[in-house]
Design a protein around this ligand. Structure first.
Ligand SMILES: NC(=O)c1ccc[n+]([C@@H]2O[C@H](COP(=O)([O-])OP(=O)(O)OC[C@H]3O[C@@H](n4cnc5c(N)ncnc54)[C@H](O)[C@@H]3O)[C@@H](O)[C@H]2O)c1
Ligand SMILES: [Zn+2]
Length: 380
């Protein structure tokens, strides 16, 4: 007889509440909590059946466990697997997802389940918002980016020929279940890119969390209990902002720290694997802080400290770090103009007065941004 293999110690899952009145929901975070998915869904929607949407990579690794979690509770599930990658956020695939949900006879009271990274969450969430004028859905995020960012807050979208995320809806999930063990199979580069969004929450509003990350980031990457803590703190930060400003009329814009520069860099790389979203955000945050320092809003040492941490974690922080070299100044300004409407030569940026003290700055002079980028492109 072989001795039974000892189960790893179980740490109780953490629950973060997103408080949106009738649309409130829980984000449940923990290592190895996937088997509880069936019971949680059954408790929320007794008798519901589910349509699982996933991508090829995630399905290969995790679909069987998800289906088993539903089968355990007698929940009938169907599945639709799409090709992995940003290309799935298209009208063509959106149509496929909608038709599959309808074919699976998912009706009011049933559920769509988004099993994957931000691409699947955005795609399946948008399909759920549209089919039968709105079906409930559950997010089972499988990338770090999705666990700390895209699965929370109800933004769903597909891409247009004119740009990213231009066709979508606000549609909150009824549950987010983030099993941190699912991140063990994530390619390290994808994990690192998602970590940029974790650092983002610290830089926006939590200096103590930033210090904690400086001390504990290696354990977050390694998958110890620090990982759950970092994800929970991130989700709490996002949930608080979303609860106060669900539709981004004000404060939610803070979540765009690093994203104006970042999107321009992503666009310059053609939204390809050359530069992942999180990598672009890291470089974008470094630029936003360096610009804040240059405008004498932020001590230079604070900008350098933030940059040092991002770089230590392996993220790009300088324009010259970008694969294929940085875009030319005119191109960069043109792309920034596409992300942000330039109103009478003025732009809106998220800037910082300190680590953990970001703010929305309207009336940033386009000429100042140009001069700053010119300096960065020439010098460092
Ligand atoms: N809705 C929002 O609020 C919001 C916020 C941020 C980003 N987004 C969107 O999120 C998308 C990016 O999300 P992403 O970075 O998660 O990308 P993604 O969904 O493409 O996942 C990245 C890659 O990792 C693979 N993968 C996912 N989970 C895995 C796992 N556990 N093990 C192994 N491989 C795995 C995927 O198949 C894919 O190849 C973008 O489309 C972006 O617009 C949305
Ligand atoms: Zn982002």
């Amino acid at each position: 007889m072989t001795a039974p293999v000892a189960a790893p110690p179980r740490v109780e899952p953490v629950t973060v509440k997103v408080a949106l009145d009738a649309r409130s929901y829980d984000i449940v975070i923990g290592r190895g909590i996937l088997p509880s998915l069936g019971a949680r869904v059954a408790a929320l929607r007794p008798g519901a059946k589910v349509a699982i949407v996933s991508d090829e990579n995630v399905a290969r690794l995790h679909l069987a466990a998800v289906e088993a979690a539903f089968a355990d509770r007698g929940i009938a599930s169907s599945r639709l697997i799409v090709a992995a990658g940003e290309g799935a956020k298209s009208f063509r695939v959106f149509e496929q997802v909608c038709e599959a949900i309808i074919a699976a006879r998912i009706e009011r009271g049933d559920l769509v389940v988004a099993l994957g990274g931000g691409v699947i969450g955005d795609l399946a969430g948008f399909a759920a918002s549209a089919v039968r004028r709105g079906l409930d859905y559950v997010q089972v995020p499988t990338t770090l980016l999705a666990q700390v960012d895209s699965s929370v807050g109800g933004k769903t979208a597909i891409n247009s020929a004119h740009g990213k995320n231009l066709i979508g809806a606000f549609h909150q999930p009824i549950l987010v279940l983030a099993d941190t063990a699912m991140l063990d199979s994530l390619p390290p580069r994808q994990f690192r890119a998602g970590y940029a969004e974790v650092v983002k929450y610290a830089l926006i509003g939590d200096a103590a969390f930033f210090s904690w990350l400086e001390a504990n980031w290696r354990e977050v990457f390694a998958g110890g209990p620090a990982r759950e803590h970092a994800i929970a703190v991130s989700c709490r930060a996002k949930a608080a902002i979303v609860a106060r400003d669900e539709r981004e009329t004000g404060e939610r814009a803070l979540l765009n720290l690093g994203h104006t520069f970042g999107h321009a860099l992503e666009a310059a790389c053609g939204f390809s694997d050359r530069l992942l979203h999180g990598e672009a955000v890291a470089a974008g945050m470094a630029l936003a802080l360096a610009f804040s320092a240059q405008q004498r809003l932020l001590p230079a040492a604070a900008a350098e400290r933030a940059m040092a941490h991002l770089a230590e974690a392996g993220l790009p922080t300088r324009l010259k770090d970008l694969p294929g070299g940085p875009p030319a100044l005119d191109r960069l300004m043109e792309l920034i103009g596409q992300v942000k409407k330039i109103k009478r030569g003025m732009l809106t940026f998220i800037l910082a007065r300190g680590i953990g003290a970001a703010f929305v700055q309207d009336n940033v002079d386009e000429g100042d941004v140009r001069a700053f980028l010119n300096e960065k492109l020439a010098g460092q």
